[in-house]
Write a protein that binds this ligand. Structure first.
Ligand SMILES: [Zn+2]
Length: 181
C-alpha cells in the first residue's frame, strides 16, 4: 500500500502544521484511489487545512457538518474526493512529537481511507529529506523537523503504515548533509 503525495499536498501538510505549531492542525486529504494490479494506491492531490477545527495542544475537535459540506461540494468535481485526513503531532516540553496514531486517532479511522500524521519538532540540525525504513518521510526546513507517516486501518481496526511516495520532497531538500558538531 503506497500513498503518493503531490507537491501541492506536501506544502499543504507542512504549512498547516507550521501555522498552528505547537498546537495540532487538522485537515482533509483530497484525491483519489488508484489500483495497479493487486496494489491499491492513494493519490493525495491536496491537503486542505480545516479552518473550523477546534484546536488544543493535544487533539483536534472535528466538525462533522463542515466535513459533510466539503464532501458534498467535492461530489461535483470529477476524480476528487475526500480520501482521508491529516493532523499534526507536535513537540511538547521536552517530549518529541510521536509519529504513531493515538488510540483516539485509531478509533476515528475508516478502512477505506488513508491518514497522514505530520510530526513536527524544533529543528536540531539540518537533515536532507529522505524515506525511512518504516515507510515514513522526514526532513528539515529552516526551523522545523518534519516526519510524515501514512496509516490505513484493517477491517478489525488495526493500524498499518502505508509507504509514502513524494518525489517532490527530494528536489526541494536536495542539499548535501552538513556536518554540524
Ligand atoms: Zn494524533
Amino acid at each position: 500500500m503506497v500513498t503518493y503525495i503531490s507537491q501541492n499536498a506536501f506544502w499543504g501538510l507542512l504549512i498547516s502544521a507550521v501555522e498552528v505549531y505547537k498546537r495540532e492542525c487538522f485537515g482533509l486529504l483530497i484525491g483519489y484511489r488508484d489500483r495497479k494490479g493487486p496494489d491499491e494506491m492513494y493519490i493525495v492531490e491536496h491537503a486542505l487545512p480545516y479552518q473550523s477545527a477546534g484546536r488544543a495542544h493535544k487533539g483536534v475537535v472535528n466538525n462533522p457538518r463542515a466535513h459533510k459540506r466539503i464532501e458534498r461540494f467535492l461530489e461535483s468535481i470529477p476524480h476528487l474526493s475526500v480520501i482521508g485526513d491529516f493532523h499534526s503531532h507536535t513537540m511538547w516540553g521536552y517530549s518529541r512529537a510521536a509519529s504513531h496514531p493515538s488510540e483516539t486517532d485509531v478509533a476515528g479511522m475508516k478502512p477505506e481511507n488513508v491518514y497522514v500524521i505530520v510530526s513536527v519538532n524544533d529543528r536540531l540540525r539540518e537533515v536532507p529529506w529522505s524515506y525511512n525504513d518504516n515507510g515514513s518521510l522526514s526532513g528539515t526546513t529552516d526551523e522545523h523537523h518534519f516526519r510524515l507517516t501514512a496509516y490505513t486501518v484493517t477491517a478489525s481496526g488495526e493500524p498499518r503504515r502505508s509507504s509514502i511516495l513524494c518525489p517532490y520532497a527530494f528536489g526541494f531538500g536536495a542539499s548535501p548533509i552538513r556536518a554540524i558538531r
